[in-house]
Design a protein around this ligand. Structure first.
Ligand SMILES: Cc1cc2nc3c(=O)[nH]c(=O)nc-3n(C[C@H](O)[C@H](O)[C@H](O)COP(=O)(O)OP(=O)(O)OC[C@H]3O[C@@H](n4cnc5c(N)ncnc54)[C@H](O)[C@@H]3O)c2cc1C
Length: 386
């Protein structure tokens, strides 16, 4: 067999692609035989990595992983308490870091800062980075995968799709748009994150790494309402936000632009296709409620790196067994997280009063009985690990 150009080609230099590159570089004796193919073009949401306005809530496990790779951004806000409530109905629960005996429940970082730290670490790791137009798998056979980027062809023993786009029909197009912005609160509460369920979708108010009184807002609402909100002056938008959220943080004053993001769920039932494997958003794109997407994607990434560790010592061997092991290891966590986020995104917007009351009672029950909220909270905070 003629020697392939690379052992592993990773398509997509978002957070999951970068983390995989760093983990594989650590496990491989030849990191230069790993290539990260990044597109200089905007992502599916229309953002370039440096201009991506997303702010990400990452759990403790994700933070430990990123720190171990030397890629934790310098600016991060801590979450010590999470307050969950429902607008206009009974029910609220509070999850505290002390319930889980951890110093914090999670941290909030900017996508753009995380991406910058990750790219710096990848560039120092020995992995080859190529930036150009979108890379594409053109064919594969029993021993290799062929990929083209900018008219240049390359071959690899394994291709990892980390481009954030599952190639499957959309399973759920939510009738919700997420409006992303930043606001200042007149009565900020250090370390508190809020998830408020409304009849149009969840509203998340998180501590923003920018400043101690800054809040990151992810406001999910109907496309029509989003349209109206976007057309408002900052003052009117701030007042509408206060109406929806309540007065727990005093009054809001929006100090950033408002960016709309359409929401959908796409979960690939099979993440393996011969010598190609999908991770992160390319394997599953979820509703952002409860901030699960990247946390889940990082668990995919760590599992794939571990599954391929022995194979990397001799990449001329068949990679099939490693990929199957990865797929089976990840299936329960992927499915459970997709079901949980999908239900959370829709239960409170069903328009069915009994169901919404029941959900409110469940929140109340969780608040009264720590034992009842522990399994859900633990999954959202840590995921299903094996
Ligand atoms: C509003 C919102 C809020 C969110 N909040 C949270 C949160 O609080 N916590 C959390 O854990 N998750 C959150 N998420 C989810 C999180 O953003 C994603 O799960 C995460 O970005 C996925 O990372 P990724 O690397 O798999 O894909 P992406 O971030 O999409 O990165 C993919 C990269 O691949 C590049 N690319 C695309 N196609 C190609 C190609 N053909 N060739 C080469 N490169 C290509 C793109 O330019 C991009 O840089 C949120 C999502 C949204 C929409």
């Amino acid at each position: 067999m003629s020697r392939l150009d690379f052992d592993v080609a990773i398509i997509g230099g978002g957070p999951t692609g970068c983390v995989l590159a760093l983990l594989l570089a650590r496990y491989s004796a030849h990191p230069e035989r790993i290539v990260l193919l990044q597109s200089g073009h905007a992502s599916q949401y229309g953002f370039t990595p440096d201009g991506d306005p997303r702010v990400l809530a990452l759990n403790h496990g994700s933070r430990v992983l990123l720190e171990s790779l030397g890629a934790w951004p310098t600016e991060a806000a801590q979450i010590q308490t999470i307050h969950v409530s429902q607008k206009g109905r009974l029910g609220r629960t509070v999850i505290r870091h002390s319930d889980f005996h951890v110093p914090q429940l999670g941290s909030v970082v900017r996508y753009a800062h995380l991406h910058h730290s990750l790219m710096q670490a990848v560039e120092a790791s020995g992995v080859q980075v190529r930036t150009g137009l979108a890379a594409q798998v053109t064919m594969q056979d029993a021993t290799s995968v062929s990929i083209v980027q900018d008219g240049q062809h390359l071959s690899a023993a394994l291709a990892v799709q980390a481009d954030g786009q599952p190639n499957t029909p959309v399973q759920r197009a939510y009738t919700q748009v997420a409006l992303l912005t930043r606001a200042r609160a007149s009565l900020p509460r250090k370390g508190w994150a809020f998830e408020r369920f409304t009849d149009q979708g969840p509203l998340a108010v998180l501590p923003h790494p920018h400043a101690s009184d800054a809040q990151s807002i992810v406001w999910c609402c109907s496309p029509a309402r989003a349209h109206l909100l976007q057309a408002m002056t900052p003052r009117d938008f701030s007042a509408a936000l206060g109406d929806m959220f309540g007065t727990r943080l005093g009054t809001f004053s929006v100090d950033g632009s408002v960016t709309p993001v359409p929401l959908r769920m796409n979960v690939r039932s099979n993440t393996i296709d011969g010598r190609c494997v999908a991770i992160g958003n390319a394997a599953q794109t979820l509703h952002p409620v409860a901030g699960q997407g990247l946390n889940l994607g990082l668990r995919d990434t760590a599992a794939l790196a571990i599954a391929c560790r022995d194979w990397l010592a001799d990449p001329t061997q068949d990679v099939g067994a490693s990929l199957n092991h990865f797929k089976h290891m990840r299936q329960p966590d992927r499915q459970l997280t997709a079901i949980l986020t999908d239900s959370m995104a829709r239960t409170f917007t069903s328009g069915l009063a009994p169901l919404e009351h029941l959900a409110g009672l469940a929140l109340l029950g969780m608040d009264a009985l720590p034992i009842a909220r522990a399994p859900l909270a633990r999954h959202l905070l840590q995921g299903l690990r094996r």
